[in-house]
Write a protein that binds this ligand. Sequence first.
Ligand code: NAP
Length: 488
Amino acid sequence: MSTVTGTERDVVDAVPTGLWIGGTSVPGSRGTLAVDDPSTGEVLAEVGDATADDARSALDAAVASRAQWARTAPRERGEILRRAFDLMVERADDLALLMTLEMGKPLADARAEVTYAADFLRWFSEESVRIAGRWSVAPDGASRLLTMKQPVGPTLMITPWNFPLAMGTRKIGPAIAAGCTMVVKPAAQTPLSMYALAALLQEAGLPDGVLNVVTTSRSGEVMEPLIRDPRLRKLTFTGSTGVGRRLVEQSATQLLRVSMELGGNAPFLVLADADLDAAVDGAMVAKMRNMGEACTAANRFLVHSSVAADFARRLADRMSGLKVGRGTEKGVQVGPLIDEPSRDKVSELVQDAVDHGATVLTGGRTVAGPGRFYEPTVLADVAPESACLREEIFGPVAPVTPFDTVEQAIAMANDTEYGLVAYAYTRDLSSALRLSEELDTGMVGINRGVVSNASAPFGGVKHSGFGREGGVEGIEEYLETKYVGIDA
Ligand code: NAP
């Protein structure tokens, strides 16, 4: 029997589920692919399954609308984004429910993501009218130098399942503001939020063809020809480092502008002088936002040996009190993991840590189905060679490892190929500044467990990628600089 309620069904049924090409929902040439509810395994909807030809049609639409859209007044582009922001806020409850159904996160988390996603539309509606250039006199006085910004052109955006809406608006917002047209390919597991967003943007006045969305069960086969198509000018990707690396290689054919938001292995440092209550609060957010399925999720808790046992015990108390269940149920704080392989990986990482001598303070087991649930888990005394300290856990597991000196903590924190974000708790200003400077990441949270903010530049270094999303930097990813030399 179906567990989907009438309201849930209405929200799903309101979404256009065909490919979104030229402002119209059209069937996929390969038929459809199923989208399920990860808390029950039940199929929620069937969406269009694109072939490479369908994807080319989507790029055709983006190319056809390129010139007209680039000429549209910045204020008009900004006002479309602002209307989309207003619509998203107005429909936040429905969008949150849709996201919970396809992705599993609890309603409160989904609601927070809708707010975060909408914020990119508002921020870039404001940035659209601040695209400026420069005018100067050449040093020898012989000519004038005009520097202008122009839209990059047709852009391919590939997004992951963990933040189905925000990973879209973080790219779509600045692209619309800059005057670019686009093809978006959301993850096959969570396409409904993106199709809902496409329809919402049309309602807000976005001209047909500026934004096109395709879903496919064969992302590699369908995306590669687009990436190698000479009409494409930019590729922006959020997802795993392995796939990102492959896409960078493909992008070399057309020497595309490329932005990569990839995996993380965030250290969460607690110094001896930290406010432990605040550190535990921050740890709960940094670890449990999105059930740990976030690139920014704290992956390694490095805690001074004088407070490590106390911190781990307090964290375990808080984690053991969390309610696990279907994200739509009242009071649920931890939803299911996205699929069976993801849950198996979490189980294996916990077992490996235990095999290397870690103690399970709470959790450590899967929860009986039908969904793909895993207990919130805290592991103490995790040995440095444990796999969970090297790989993205992407689940509700917090490994705690003690350290003795700040030098040692910094060395441990930087001992990873990733460099997205680091968190640090200390009451000492010098330590805070030193950590901000010496942690090898694109972002640092000092005495806070979340850094995501539409008005700040989000992004990583090392194998976490390059490019920034949000902030005044975010729009630069979609702009080219042209210089005009003028004799006068
Ligand atoms: P993923 O497997 O790399 O997939 C990401 C996207 O790429 C999906 O749309 C996927 O489509 C598509 N894709 C997969 N293989 C492809 C290929 N060969 N060619 C073209 N597209 C391809 O990552 P994920 O499991 O969805 O997301 C989790 C990862 O994203 C984690 O590593 C996380 O850290 C990272 N992430 C990073 C950020 C950041 O801002 N740095 C933010 C969120 C997530 P299908 O799934 O439909 O195949």
